[in-house]
Ligand binder design. Structure first.
Ligand code: PMP
Ligand code: GLN
Length: 412
């Protein structure tokens, strides 16, 4: 965006004029590159879900749905969580349907954080968190993930140190975009203790809750070329632990998720927030004046998928796990230092072994150089420091697309 146009944007939104996903997707389209930048799948969700949306339109479900979302979807969301995690949410008072997880995140911050209060983020963080904090006139503080083995862990001491008298809300995201880190029960338990000790509210972004893989076996032996050797049958699967299930957390946690990643439906923008009634009514107060309601015909369709498509989702999860391995192998062969990804659509890799010093410059040149697009992890941080040479690649693509990308990457 030109400086002249940007000067009309309110000051608090100026840093958010364009997203890295929009920039890299535009570049991929312009250069005809394989787009491993923006995380969206290139195949559709379960057929029965698509059919249910078509039926809903044919049956005339084309007007506003109720403000909190259609009862059929709110019940399905609560039942799905009860089945998988044993949590009890009242579909009427404790479940709110939103326009994607993005709206649930913004409405949570707007509904629960006063201007000037602080929101604590773990960096790298998904870009919409900082924008939501800015919309609310609040302040953000960050604490880093730090290297642990071939992957990452939360710097728990830094987390505790970063909490001050004005800290109101902590945002946690696991499985984590952009790194693919799945926080362990031990880490989450300590985060929960800290949140309780300091009486923080917590927003937990669990959009990748179903996309959790076996830990990969990364052959990073000292002194040798790193070789990605894939996950082994005996490796311990990472487990998704919802933060709200830990002691003291239910009453202080807003859990956010969406149909986007679970059912390959990123364009349906159907998400939700779950939590105790007093928190959810605050989220609803903001949400109802952002969009009032989301698209009606998608809601019974997502309800149907939550009720009936567990096997489809398990198949998706397995497929993504092997796509992670394919892309990790390709990146390793191309000379990058691949980090461990235990979930999501993404794997990160360090480009410094290629002599690169700047992930953003690398990503801006990549479509032209080899016909592949990716995003720099620096777009997800306030303190580039150790992230300067890390690049995020999305593997939620057809096998043929990944094979094409793998071949192109060899040119590096
Ligand atoms: N949170 C994270 C961590 C994401 O990666 C995304 C985007 N895929 C979202 C939230 C937004 O989800 P939605 O498309 O449902 O708004
Ligand atoms: N969540 C997707 C990603 O991380 C992109 C969403 C968007 O384009 N804003 O790639």
């Amino acid at each position: 965006m030109s400086a002249e146009h940007q000067s009309r944007t309110v000051e608090r939104l100026r840093p958010f004029a364009s997203t890295i996903f929009a920039e890299m997707t535009a570049l991929a389209v312009a250069k005809g590159a394989v787009n491993l930048g923006q995380g969206f799948p290139d195949t559709d969700g379960p057929e029965s879900m698509l059919e249910a949306a078509r039926d809903a339109i044919s049956q005339g479900l084309n007007q506003y749905s109720p403000g909190p979302g259609m009862p059929v979807l709110r019940h399905a969301i609560a039942a799905d969580r009860a089945r998988r995690f044993g949590t009890e949410y009242d579909p009427d008072a404790q479940v709110l349907v939103t326009v994607g997880a993005t709206e649930a995140i913004a409405a949570t911050v707007l509904g629960l954080v006063e201007p000037g209060e602080e929101v604590l983020l773990i960096e790298p963080y998904y870009d919409s968190y900082a924008a939501a904090v800015a919309l609310a006139g609040a302040k953000r503080t960050t604490v880093p993930l730090v290297a642990e083995g071939a992957g990452f862990a939360v710097d728990l001491d830094a987390l505790e140190r970063a909490i001050g008298p004005h800290t109101k809300l902590l945002i946690v995201n696991s499985p984590h975009n952009p790194t693919g880190t799945v926080l362990t029960r031990v880490e989450l338990t300590r985060i929960a203790e800290i949140a309780c000790e300091h009486d923080l509210l917590v927003l937990t972004d669990e959009v990748y809750e179903r996309l959790v893989f076996d830990a990969p076996q990364l052959g990073h032996s000292a002194g040798s070329t790193p070789a990605f050797s894939g996950h082994s049958a005996g490796s311990t699967p990472a487990l998704h632990v919802p933060l709200c299930t830990l002691p003291g957390m239910f009453e202080r946690t807003v859990t956010v998720s969406s149909a986007a990643k679970t059912f390959n439906a990123t364009g349906w923008k159907t998400g939700w927030a779950l939590g105790p009634a007093e928190l959810i009514s605050a989220v609803r107060a903001a949400k109802q004046f952002m969009t009032f309601v989301g698209g009606t015909p998608f809601q019974p369709a997502v309800a149907h998928a939550l009720d009936h498509e567990d096997a489809w989702v398990e198949n998706l999860r397995r497929g993504l796990q092997s796509k992670r391995d394919v892309l990790s192998t390709a990146l390793t062969k191309a000379g990058l230092d691949v980090k461990e990804s235990s979930g999501t659509y993404f794997v990160c890799a360090d480009v410094s072994p290629l002599g690169e010093t700047d992930a953003l410059g690398f990503c801006r040149s990549l479509p032209d150089r080899i016909g592949v697009a990716a995003v720099p992890v620096t777009a997800f941080v306030d303190h580039p420091g150790s992230w300067k040479t890390l690049v995020r690649f999305a593997f939620c693509k057809k096998d043929a697309v990944l094979a094409d990308a793998a071949e192109r990457l060899l040119a590096l």
